[in-house]
Write a protein that binds this ligand. Sequence first.
Ligand code: NBP
Length: 479
Amino acid sequence: AVANIGVVGLAVMGSNLARNLASREGNTVAIFNRTYEKTQGVLDAHPEAGFIPAATYEEFAASLSKPRTAIIMVKAGAGTDAVIDELVKVFEPGDIIVDGGNAFFPDTIRREKAVRSTGINFVGAGISGGEEGALTGPSIMPGGSDESWVTLGPILRSIAAIAEGEPCVTHVGHDGAGHFVKMVHNGIEYADMQLIAEAYDLIRRGTGKSPAEIAEIFAEWNRGELESYLIEITAEVLRQVDASTGKPLVDVILDQAGAKGTGAWTVQTALSLGVPVSGIAEATFARSLSSHPEQRAVAGSLPGPAEEFVVADEAAFIEDVRLALYASKIVAYSQGFDEIRAGAAEYGWNIDLGAISKIWRGGCIIRAQFLNRIADAYAETPDLPVLMTAPYFAEAFTRAQAAWRRVVVAAAQAGIPSPAFSSSLSYYDGIRADRLPAALVQGQRDFFGAHTYKRIDKPGTFHTQWSGDRTEIEAEDTH
Ligand code: NBP
């Protein structure tokens, strides 16, 4: 037993994570894959890593020092359950099984409970950064018990990305907390990507600039408050020329966006928790809308605006779009953190929201300078009910809101879809409204379903006898 850590599953993510682990001082890494050829392949390709290969789960367990610690990196779902079943047979109480795959957090809660009953620790850990991050330093969001964190913490800290001197990993909370936070990370990623895509579309259709010219605009934006990995790679993608046609690559890519389901999980969970993550939802739906070519072909005959979209002052319009993007982005993150706050309350996790924003500063897909501002906001007011009301963000809205409105108006008039920009603005106006027409909705609910209402001027629950003499009576609260 010489290895202090093991990896099960040696496809791209697992093999890169194993190499990352092996490259850090003090680690000896045991490796196992269901199909042994893959293990042999990794062994042959990376002799420098000093991997300890195992052909069976028994050999794998025997090669690990106690408490045995193994990270599973296999296809999420049935594959994960199959590996857990095998590891439980060969591990002992006190050992630690980590699932680093993209599990849906209710599965992680279920698995943690089942594995815990054997005395073995189970940790669901969200890992973001793709294959490159797995190799050089991902952002890691582990859940699980405090006991397992004692062993796991130093190992994960050694392989995580470093942002401003701090490793991008924190013990998020118990059982499914890590995978929950990873899920919301991906939801925010969907919103961020959609917002950037809308900004590109508006600039292209408003100014007629080429993708290469717009790439320069994004590169410029990346030097300011929008600085982030996603803005940086957007410039790279827009600059790319297709070798076979000589056209911008973005013009030959089919305009149907795929999804692996984490955005949908974020939205489904938000619906159950009653958290309005409208920006993330619109971004998820925008991908769905794009992926129905048969509907789009038929709907293409519907009328659009009569006038052509012409922007009078290009520079001013581009700056407006930049500000609209920034404001909408603040909304998307605010909504995402709202979902984490609500999830923590629902599932009894003690999640430090500021710490989450810090571990997203490096390694992961949504890494950005901007996350420092979120950390500052929670450092100042840990129980901030609406993130975007923090002074720094409030000031940003003061600068951006007029531009944001102009952009949403322009998009609507030009017939350019801007679901994420416009829904974010609607959320902003909704959450800051003094009075909402929800009062009328309550009146309607009381009318057809006797669902009752509360009054602004006195306590209690009331019902108007709509089908009778329309007098008001005190009623049982039925929501
Ligand atoms: P895949 O998701 O493609 O899974 C392939 C691995 O799963 C292989 O090692 C395969 O073994 C193993 N496996 C399967 Br499939 N069924 C198994 C079973 N019943 N028992 C044992 N092993 C089984 O690999 P990946 O793309 O490296 O991703 C690994 C995990 O990391 C996934 O959960 C993914 O969602 C997550 N993730 C991926 C990324 C990314 O950028 N790709 C980013 C973040 C997280 P075999 O060789 O014997 O078939």
